[in-house]
Ligand binder design. Structure first.
Ligand code: SF4
Length: 464
């Protein structure tokens, strides 16, 4: 795997690290172990689940061997998602040897997708809870622990979890607030509209309440989450208006959002990003393909020319904008010319980073039912490699261009090797600084002197 680009997992699809047990974890009460697969929406949902269980008297443990119930918060976007659920829960089953009463449950997109099938194929799983049922999770987990088999996967057009607080296992610097649930776009390759239901916006009052709660707990950055986050609306409140309101929250210095939908990236939003210093100049703008024919087959809703025009307008108005994207190769019917069109679109935009995948059938999508997955595996592999090779050039150039520049770095944690402080620039580039550069949560000025792979290396530009 290259050091310069993320082939997989996608940042919205990465495996969670082994959770840390928060220092204020209660010493008594039933114990829950939760593992998260998938996107940032799923991570935010895991925080919500833990928040609900904590309110019910549960405590989170960091090892499945210590748990009374093991939950797997699943993702349907990943390749071989079903096998992964069965495989992982079977692996975890060995912990029943020490604790015969140990229960297993799955939550998230695959729960909705697999429904009753899972309790037949994997009878050790006695709890199946879909993404719109977390308000009841405490009661459902209690009942599963008492021996009931529970399947609660009904999608709810109105559930946005207003008033519920999550308990995230994060760095305490950058927090997440879900502002939208579900998706109505129905891209032909995507499972989300089927597993997470219809799009609905979280009321602005709730977004502001959750953001203020983060600020009160010391967070200085907020990431607003939604499947098509900029399509957000609530009554007459647009996403741009919501950004303006969030920027007013005391203590929040940086606002990020993911993932926007190109069609709904309005001029109002571009102007708002350009105007508000709190909104970071970084946008993950999924292109998927540079071929009009494929964009139409994918039902993405925009043409290549419209996407390129949007990029041009964004770059003209938002100073020093960084762009990342998603590229999918080998979708149904993709020809060599379509692939060349993707490469040429990448050359035109020169994204700062990209997440690149080969298409694979997800079972429940429109493409899965109506289209032929006809690009041979070896062709997909070759096209993916060509896309990766090209992106490496742009990623390397994007990093090298920062050498000699002074960046505002928000420190977030100590590096895994414990020899550096880690932080991010507004453009979302990772910076490694000396250990004594400051504490997590501090904003420091750093001069960049080198770059390796995904990281910039810096030193403090001035004494604090
Ligand atoms: S916009 Fe398309 S790809 Fe994104 S979540 Fe909705 S259906 Fe899926």
């Amino acid at each position: 795997m290259t050091q310069l680009v993320d082939i997989k997992p996608h940042p919205r699809m990465r495996e969670a690290e082994t959770p840390k047990t928060p220092v204020d974890e209660p010493k008594t009460g039933p114990r829950v172990y939760l593992e998260t697969l998938g996107c940032q929406m799923n991570e935010a949902d895991s925080a919500l689940i833990i928040g609900q269980l904590r309110a019910r008297g549960y405590r989170r443990v960091s090892q499945p061997s210590e748990a009374d119930i093991v939950l797997l918060n699943t993702c349907a976007v990943r390749e071989k998602a079903e096998e992964r659920v069965y495989g992982r829960t079977s692996q975890l089953l060995k912990h029943r040897r020490q604790n015969p009463d140990l229960k297993f449950g799955i939550t998230g997109c695959m729960a909705e997708h697999l429904r009753d099938k899972v309790t037949q194929k994997a009878p050790h799983i006695s709890l199946v809870v879909g993404p719109d049922s977390y308000r009841r999770i405490g009661d459902l987990v209690d009942r599963a622990r008492e021996g009931e088999t529970i399947v609660d996967v009904k999608l709810d057009k109105t559930e946005v979890y207003e008033g519920l607080d999550g308990l995230a296992d994060d760095d305490g610097v950058s927090g997440q607030v879900t502002i939208q649930r579900g998706c109505d776009k129905f891209c032909t390759f995507c499972v989300v509209p089927f597993t997470r239901g219809r799009e609905r916006g979280v009321p602005p009052r709730e977004v502001l309440r959750a953001t203020r709660a983060l600020a009160e707990r010391g967070y200085s950055e907020v990431m607003l989450l939604g499947q098509t986050v900029n399509s957000y609306y609530y009554e007459d409140v647009t996403f741009a208006a919501l950004l303006r309101a969030v920027a007013q929250v005391d203590g929040i210095d940086r606002i990020r959002f993911t993932s926007p939908y190109p069609v709904d990236f309005s001029d109002e939003l571009i102007a708002t990003m350009a105007e508000l210093p709190e909104v970071c100049p970084y946008v993950h703008l999924p292109l998927q393909s540079g071929s009009d024919r494929m964009l139409s087959t994918m039902k993405r809703g925009y043409t290549r020319a419209e996407f390129l025009d949007l990029v041009k307008r964004m770059r003209m108005q938002i100073p020093d904008l960084a762009l990342s994207t998603d590229i999918m190769v080998g979708f149904c019917g993709e020809t060599e010319q379509d692939h060349q069109d993707t490469l040429s679109a990448m050359r035109e935009v020169q994204f700062d980073s990209a997440f690149m995948f080969r298409y694979s059938d997800r079972g429940i999508t429109y493409a899965s039912k109506r289209m032929e997955d006809d690009v041979p595996s070896e062709v997909k592999a070759r096209r993916l490699q060509e896309v990766i090779n090209l992106q490496e050039e742009f990623t390397r150039a994007s990093h090298s261009a920062r050498i000699g520049q002074t960046e505002q770095v928000l420190l977030s944690k100590i590096s895994r090797r414990k020899d550096r402080m880690v932080g991010r620039t507004p453009r979302f580039q990772k910076v490694l600084l000396p250990l004594d550069a400051g504490q997590p949560g501090e904003l420091v000025s750093a001069t960049i002197f080198a770059t390796t792979g995904h990281s910039l290396h810096g030193r403090l530009a001035e004494s604090k």
